[in-house]
Design a protein around this ligand. Structure first.
Ligand SMILES: Nc1ncnc2c1ncn2[C@@H]1O[C@H](COP(=O)(O)OP(=O)(O)OP(=O)(O)O)[C@@H](O)[C@H]1O
Ligand SMILES: [Mg+2]
Length: 272
């Protein structure tokens, strides 16, 4: 990022800021005192083991859950979201893991799902043009926007879901496991798209269990463990550091396996 105006030289302010966010489901503390800042034009990877609270955090920011305590600021103002449309109107869009696409509808219809009457008055030509524009901005490979989603590959579906999330010009987009279940080439394409979204100046929050993807794309890696903040890392952090923060121990099943494999490799090398 280049800073070339007097205004820009001041300390950058987060677009989204969470302070002391907790969420309880009955006796379960899914999130406990989470503090997190997201800046425009950066990718923050949210990592952590199953049950760490990642999806709960995304759902709070998507207006699907209300936090039990804590505050959220967006563009410097404290906000209170009661429903998902509140988040969308503010400019916080979410691609949930299940994508929520309609198999029997075409790409255009899926991109405009739920928005036809509000914003576009069902003008098919305008909708098709806008769909192409969004997909082109992502350099997406969708052969025909009139194809039904049922005929698309996993990566193409993810593309449609990302394009849909950009429809209302959000400032922050959140992606829950966008590369899970994708092959190598499609993963690379989705990561390229995330980079394009970042280049447009959006703040991106991406949940992933794949450390390779996370390193490839994240500016910062935020680790959640048992509902709490457990470290913020740069992508050059070692696997040990990340796995240690994720599991809460430097000696764990993953590190022991890595050590065992390294020793076996070493022994094999010596035998040669
Ligand atoms: N609606 C709910 N009601 C009760 N408990 C919930 C609810 N949603 C989440 N939890 C609990 O909150 C904790 C955090 O869950 P969450 O789904 O946020 O984890 P996660 O980090 O997304 O895990 P995963 O990697 O498996 O998706 C878990 O203990 C989960 O059982
Ligand atoms: Mg989850």
């Amino acid at each position: 990022m280049t800073l070339n105006t007097a205004h820009d030289l001041s300390e950058p302010k987060p677009i989204l800021s969470l302070k002391g966010i907790s969420k309880h489901f009955g006796a379960v503390a899914a999130l406990d005192d989470i503090n997190l800042d997201i800046y425009s034009g950066e990718v923050v990877a949210l990592v952590g083991d199953n049950g760490a609270g990642k999806s709960t955090l995304i759902k709070i920011l998507a207006g699907a859950h209300e936090p039990s305590s804590g505050s959220i600021s967006f563009e410097g103002n404290e906000i209170n979201m009661e429903k998902p449309s509140d988040a969308l109107e503010l400019g916080i869009a979410t691609v949930f893991q299940d994508l929520a696409l309609c198999e029997n509808l075409d790409v255009v219809a899926n991109i405009f799902l739920g928005q036809e009457l509000n914003h576009w008055h069902m003008d098919e030509v305008a909708m098709e043009v806008r769909a192409w524009t969004l997909l082109n901005e992502l350099a997406a490979r969708i052969p025909n926007v009139r194809d039904v989603v049922a005929s698309l590959s996993g990566g193409q579906r993810q593309t449609v879901a990302i394009a849909r999330s950009l429809l209302l010009h959000p400032k922050v987009i959140m992606l829950d496991e966008p590369t899970a279940a994708l092959g190598v080439a499609q993963t690379a394409e989705v990561l390229n798209m995330v980079e394009r979204v970042k280049a447009k100046g959006l703040g991106v929050i991406m949940i992933s269990h794949n450390m390779q993807d996370v390193r490839a794309i994240a500016d910062r890696i935020v680790v959640l463990r048992l509902g709490g903040n457990n470290g913020i890392f740069t992508p050059d952090a070692s696997n040990e550091e990340l796995v240690g923060a994720i599991t809460g121990a430097t000696d764990n099943a993953v590190s022991r396996r890595a050590k065992r494999l390294a020793e076996t490799d070493g022994a094999a090398e010596e035998e040669k």
